[in-house]
Design a protein around this ligand. Structure first.
Ligand code: IVH
Length: 674
């Protein structure tokens, strides 16, 4: 018993400390998933030993007490929290408890809503006018943030009048204030440029933006809000279900999440969970789960509350985007331009459904900015398809760690490592003699968006380099079937296929070829721009930085890298050798003859031969206009593989649709395409 009492106190103190960091400082020290685990442990212990529940236990309160910068106001009705469910079993139990308490075996009707990852606010409307807005605070009273809430464009200052109906004397409308993913990126990008504080996630950024003393700052952050419920109401009969209340709010002009659905039975809730989970990465805002609410208000009343949460609702949480783990070691990877990138080897941990064991640390400046040591416990985050990254170090847990240092010699070829002037990056000086640089260069050259050599995967490149078959990119085009079939695991057929794919790659575009060369800072877009403006690659051999900067979007840094690359004899020789082995591209000359002038094209689906940009360029060069959406004035829709709804629209408007074959025919008919 003593043991449990100690643990309960320890958990209470720890969670209260985290509540302060989270709610007041907007800077949590541990991931939400870890917080949830601590809270669960405390809840379970308190369930077993109810006599040990203290009045200041975080299970009895919501959030944390306000910081004191803002005026505080009591809510008309307390703002409660939600019970969390993590598994199907948790939801089955939730449903069972409800059916038992209501003494029914009928399926329950639930209102299913996305659980937005922002912060709860309470907006009080007097006779339809927004007069007061507060944060949730500790659930009983919150901070007055009316001036800041009013900067949110979609929040009505006056509710819209419904003809023949009057407004309640007082109504508290509740909802979630949040930042879109795009706004979050923008704010952090700007903060980075100014050297200001970076927010760990959109929720902290939203909280930080809302709790500003200067409303002009809040206005610049472009917050959003969805309404999801009602608190105190005076002199008004609300509709009898959660869903119809939301419909009323919508009529009053309050934004409601469009993903909200009404379903019958818990199984349909689980289907809803899966559907929203599948959509999660494509939604423009962060959600951390879904909420199921018993729809019928009469049933809600019957069910009532337990401590800080209603019995009639549950949050079904998604796998967390953030977790904590330990850095076991840091290794340095050598990229194709020789830059050494520090990579953390992590104790494997499941983050939003995938096991993560590595995370890039970007560069040494990032390491010192985040103060990362080997042996540290860190919060790692993997949102959507984004590469996992280390958000921050959990300093409280630091013990016996050591600093990360850049090696003096390349871990692959042992050549000296030097710092690139004016940059955070360090580079191996081994050049093409460094196996890692050669390998990465070839992998990039062969990749789908570059020369697109089908079947030449990473493993094969490594094998060719290790066997000494390839010492330069150009050696690829001298490979012979007889050399390949001598290699391990290479059958005649696969050798033939690879040689055929290498051969096929010879027919390309200038943009792809320039991109494939792997010039520093020259991505696909810049490569295509260069190709468009410099029809003859030889012109690049002695071009000046000034001339390059005449090209739109080419700045001084990129221009410098391009000149650096093409002025080197070894690169000029490489290009000549590649052209000699048969690499060629259609000549796009700026022509005065524009046979497609006045015609408008729309592209949809994937073409086999050209990327969308390349196809647009070809058409535009012939005088055509390329637009994004089909209208009556569209001349042709060009449809590749898996076209979108544009095809249907074309059909409805009677616009002619060309497949890839017909498109290529049209191009060759102009006789400018060879
Ligand atoms: S209802 C009595 N609905 O989740 C029920 N909450 O963990 C009170 N949240 O404080 C909340 N989306 O900040 C509700 N559709 C939604 C929600 C939602 C996000 C947040 C809200 C609340 C927290 C509870």
């Amino acid at each position: 018993m003593k043991l449990y009492a100690n643990r309960i106190k320890q958990l209470r103190d720890e969670i209260n400390k985290h509540n302060y960091s989270y709610y007041i400082l907007d800077a949590p020290k541990i991931p939400d998933a870890e917080y949830d685990r601590l809270m669960r442990e405390l809840e379970e212990l308190e369930k077993k030993y109810p006599e040990l529940i203290a009045s200041d236990s975080p299970t009895q309160l919501v959030g944390a007490r306000a910081l004191g910068q803002f005026e505080k106001k009591k809510h008309g009705l307390p703002m409660l929290s939600l019970e969390n469910g993590f598994s199907e079993e948790d939801i089955i139990n939730f449903n069972q408890r409800i059916q038992d308490k209501l003494e029914t075996s009928h399926d329950i009707k639930f209102c299913c809503e996305p659980k937005l990852d922002g912060l709860a606010v309470n907006l009080t409307y007097f006779k339809g006018h927004l007069e007061l807005a507060t944060t949730r605070g500790d659930g009983v009273s919150g901070e007055v943030i009316t001036h800041n809430i009013k900067t949110i464009k979609t929040v009505p200052h006056h509710l819209k009048k419904i003809p023949g109906e009057s407004f309640p004397e007082i109504i508290e409308l509740r909802g979630e204030v949040f930042l879109s993913k795009a706004e979050f990126e923008r704010i952090n990008q700007e903060a980075k440029e100014k050297g200001d504080k970076i927010f760990a996630n959109p929720r902290n950024a939203a909280a930080g933006s809302l709790r500003q003393l200067d409303a002009r700052i809040t206005a610049n952050r472009h917050l959003s809000m969805y309404y999801y419920g009602v608190g105190e109401v005076k002199d008004f009969n609300l509709p009898s279900s959660q869903y119809s209340i939301l419909e009323l709010l919508e009529k009053w002009g309050c934004p409601i999440n469009p993903e909200i659905k009404i379903v019958t039975g818990y199984k349909a809730c689980l289907d809803y969970y899966q559907k929203i989970l599948a959509k999660r990465n494509n939604l423009p805002y962060e959600i951390d789960g879904v909420v199921y609410k018993v729809d019928d208000i009469k049933q809600q009343r019957e069910l009532g509350f337990v401590s800080r949460a209603p019995r009639w609702a549950i949050a079904h949480k998604f796998p967390a985007h953030e977790e904590m783990t330990e850095i076991l070691a840091v290794e340095f990877q050598v990229g194709r331009t020789g830059v050494l990138t520090p990579v953390a080897r992590l104790k494997p941990v499941n983050v939003s459904g995938a096991v993560i064991s590595n995370a890039t640390l970007h560069n040494m400046d990032e390491i010192s900015r985040k103060d990362i040591h080997v042996g540290d416990w860190v919060i790692i985050r993997r949102a959507g398809d984004v590469i996992p990254e280390i958000v921050s170090v959990i300093l409280d847990k630091r013990k016996n760690t050591h600093k990360i240092t850049m090696p003096k010699n390349c871990p692959v070829c042992d050549a000296p490592v030097e710092r690139i002037e004016g940059q955070a990056a360090y580079r191996c000086t081994g050049g093409i003699t460094c196996r890692a640089q050669l390998e990465e260069g070839i992998k990039h050259f062969a990749s789908r968006r570059a020369m697109d050599i089908n079947g030449l995967g990473d493993k094969l490149v490594e094998q060719f380099v290790a066997e000494g078959l390839i010492k330069s990119i150009a050696d690829l085009y001298d490979l012979e079937i007889s050399q390949l079939i001598n290699l391990d695991r290479f059958a005649e057929k696969s050798a033939e296929n690879l040689i055929a794919a290498i051969d096929k790659s010879k027919s390309t575009t200038l943009g792809r070829f320039l991109f494939a060369l792997g010039i520093r800072d020259v991505g696909e877009t810049t490569a295509n721009l260069l190709a468009k403006n410099i029809a003859d690659i030889h012109k690049l051999f002695d071009i000046s930085e000034e001339d390059l900067q005449q090209i739109p979007d080419v700045g001084p840094v990129v221009a410098k890298h391009i000149v650096e690359f093409f002025s080197q004899t070894k690169h000029q020789k490489l290009i000549e050798r590649l052209i000699k082995s048969g690499i060629h591209w259609p000549k796009i000359t700026k022509n005065t003859h524009q046979p497609l002038l006045g015609k408008t094209f729309v592209l949809t689906g994937t073409l086999e031969k050209y990327s969308r940009d390349e196809a647009s360029d070809l058409l535009e060069n012939l005088g055509a206009k390329v637009t994004n959406s089909v209208s009556k004035s569209t001349s042709y829709v060009i449809a590749g593989e898996s076209p979108g709804s544009k095809i249907d629209k074309a059909g409805a408007l009677g616009v002619e649709v060309l497949d890839e074959v017909a498109f290529l025919k049209l191009l060759s008919k102009t006789a400018l395409h060879n």
